[in-house]
Design a binder for this molecule. Structure first.
Ligand code: AMP
Length: 403
């Protein structure tokens, strides 16, 4: 596990603490329509408040134009929601970069950090200003950890102390358990539309896992590489050779990439097209493969039943259309009933988990879409890297103080 400074390592009494949270929540008619992300941060806020600190909260919401205020992206609804949850007034501060007047034990929320020019560019001046607002900076937002921006990266260069919040630490622990120190067999499932968007993930996982189950449009490129007819299915002709190479390399690494034995096809890509189950050998020139078949699902069940760790990203078929959702549903249930430590993430995967109602049966659902995928790719996330650097500097300072 990475070495990071944690809240418990610090004396926060009477300190001003700036916390980067992820309050990028859905807003409808001026109200927060899902407060899951807000509720997830409450234990962090309570812990910091109980230690006697004042809290400045920073977050982005959506993708507004930098340098322009736009009410549609205001964090006002989040401030209201936080006030209710914490039972105290949490004011929204519009002009905050040059200093905030605060009273003891107060919590304030800064207006959308992406209204500031320089946030997404990781501008040094903005980062310095943020650091000057506080004595301690805490990053608790895993979902933005793959982005080097002023509030996720730059500020940690200049803050006196930079630490990791509990939400970020929990996420890292779960991902590390699944990918860096997994109980074996480790099975990964990578589905979704295209090989091109998940190539690095496929390469990286094929070096680590015992079985790599590919699905969705991705499997069509692999089927083509193995010499099967895929008809009009979504596949990437220019990546067929890459898929062949990957299968060969995986085999050399002792990793199996099982291909489906049966598939579910339609003639058109729409909700009403008839679904026909076929052997993978019988796909015709005008067929579109849109799901795995029941025999394949049985094979996957057997593999998943033996797994000790499961990592899942991406649907096995066009799960949005009911007639092509069975493969993904079956997968979700197989992961749910398995005794393995399971971790899942990514936008469509979370949508599938919620559609098939298995939220409570997955060991860990990652909150970070892009950050989760980059972790799967084996990349170092910039916001984590800078916190590690800060932790090394802090440890050296602490040692010097002890001498
Ligand atoms: P991704 O964002 O890469 O995870 O892709 C998810 C999307 O892939 C979903 O919207 C699925 O409908 C789509 N998908 C899955 N399987 C197929 C398939 N066989 N053909 C076309 N699209 C697919």
């Amino acid at each position: 596990m990475t070495i990071l400074v944690k809240i418990a390592d610090l004396d926060l009494s009477d300190k001003t603490v700036l916390i980067r949270e992820d309050y990028n929540v859905p807003i409808k008619d001026g109200k927060v329509s899902s407060d899951v992300r807000i509720r997830a941060t409450l234990p962090t806020l309570k812990e910091v408040l109980e230690s006697g600190a004042k809290i400045i909260l920073v977050s982005h919401l959506g993708r507004p134009v930098a340098g322009e205020y736009n009410e549609a992206y205001s964090l006002e609804p989040v401030a209201k929601s936080l006030s209710e949850f914490l039972g105290m007034d949490v004011p929204l501060i519009k002009d905050w970069t040059n200093g905030i007047d605060m009273t003891n034990h107060q919590v304030v929320l800064c207006e959308n950090v992406r209204f500031e020019k320089g946030e997404t560019k990781n501008d040094d001046e903005l980062a310095r200003k943020m650091a000057q607002l506080c004595q301690v900076y805490i990053n608790d937002a895993f979902a933005t950890a793959h982005r080097a921006q002023a509030s996720t990266h730059g500020v940690a260069k200049y803050a006196a102390i930079s630490a990791a919040g509990p939400l970020l630490i929990n996420e890292l622990k779960a991902l590390t358990k699944a990918l860096r120190e997994p109980a074996k067999p480790l099975v990964a499932i990578v589905g979704g539309a295209k090989v091109s968007s998940k190539l690095t993930i496929l390469e990286s996982l094929s070096e680590k896992v015992d079985q790599l189950i590919v699905g969705g449009g991705i499997v069509n490129t692999f089927l083509k590489a193995a010499g099967y007819e895929v008809g009009k299915s979504l596949y990437e002709a220019e990546l067929v050779d890459v898929a062949s190479k990957l299968m060969k390399q995986a085999e050399e690494n002792g990793c199996q990439i099982p291909l489906p034995i049966d598939v579910i096809c339609g003639k058109e890509f729409d909700e009403t097209t008839a679904a026909v189950t076929k052997s993978v050998n019988d796909v015709e020139a005008d067929d579109m493969i849109m799901d795995v078949g029941p025999e394949t699902s049985k094979q996957l069940d057997a593999m998943l039943a033996k797994a000790k760790t499961i990592v899942w990203n991406g649907p096995l078929g066009v799960f949005e259309f009911d007639q092509f959702s069975q493969g993904t549903k079956n997968l979700a249930n197989a992961i749910a009933t398995s005794k393995a430590y399971s971790i899942a993430g990514g936008g469509d995967t979370i949508a599938a988990i919620s559609k098939f109602k298995v939220e409570d049966k997955i060991s860990y659902i990652s909150t970070g879409g892009g950050a989760f995928l980059e972790f799967l790719e084996g990349k170092k996330l910039p916001a984590i890297a800078i916190l590690e650097e800060a932790a090394r500097a802090w440890a050296a300072m602490e040692r010097a103080r002890e001498l």
